[in-house]
Write a protein that binds this ligand. Structure first.
Ligand code: CUA
Length: 167
């Protein structure tokens, strides 16, 4: 088989680029230890409440220190469980003072969901079997929409809540 010089060059650059990308990927995964957002912390999706943080009374916003908060969330098809208020109604809005540090911890008992607070850096994939967590400083005030950005079924578009960061 005769290959034209440019054909050989083209093939070589294609194979070379593929090899380079695999090396970069391998470097990130094995040397830098890149991993999913869950930090590899596992949980039994059939028994989420075995973990204290995800028992009904511990869901939603909790103040742990001055300017420090934890938000525990159970994402289900098609709802974010943020606990209940004093009247027993489901919380759909969390209010956080500007400048505070918030640790978001999210789990799901059913399928893969997203956890994205639009307009902020918070954007996690929530997978059954893992605790997805992320700590952020809420630097910008305003009302943000928490939404699911992983298609999870017919009610996917109804999966949202709001996060209010006030001055
Ligand atoms: Cu949950 Cu889409």
């Amino acid at each position: 088989m005769h290959l034209h010089k440019f054909e050989k060059l083209w093939l070589l650059s294609g194979v070379g680029a593929l090899a380079l990308f695999l090396v970069i990927l391998g470097f990130g995964a094995f040397y830098l230890g890149t991993h999913p957002q869950s930090h590899g912390i596992t949980i039994d999706p059939a028994n989420i409440e075995a973990e204290e943080a995800f028992q009904p009374e511990n869901l939603g916003l909790t103040k742990v220190d001055d300017d420090k908060y934890i938000v525990n969330v159970v994402a289900t098809a098609f709802n974010y469980d943020l606990g209940v208020d004093e009247d027993g109604n489901a919380v759909k809005n969390i209010k956080i003072p500007k400048g505070s540090t918030v640790l978001f911890q999210v789990v799901t008992p059913d399928v893969v969901h997203g956890f994205n607070i639009a307009g902020t850096n918070v954007n996690m994939m929530v997978e059954p079997g893992f605790i997805s967590s992320m700590e952020v400083e809420m630097k910008q005030s305003g009302e943000f929409t928490l939404l699911c950005n992983e298609y999870c079924g017919v009610g996917h578009h109804m999966m949202f809540a709001t996060v209010e960061v006030y001055e």
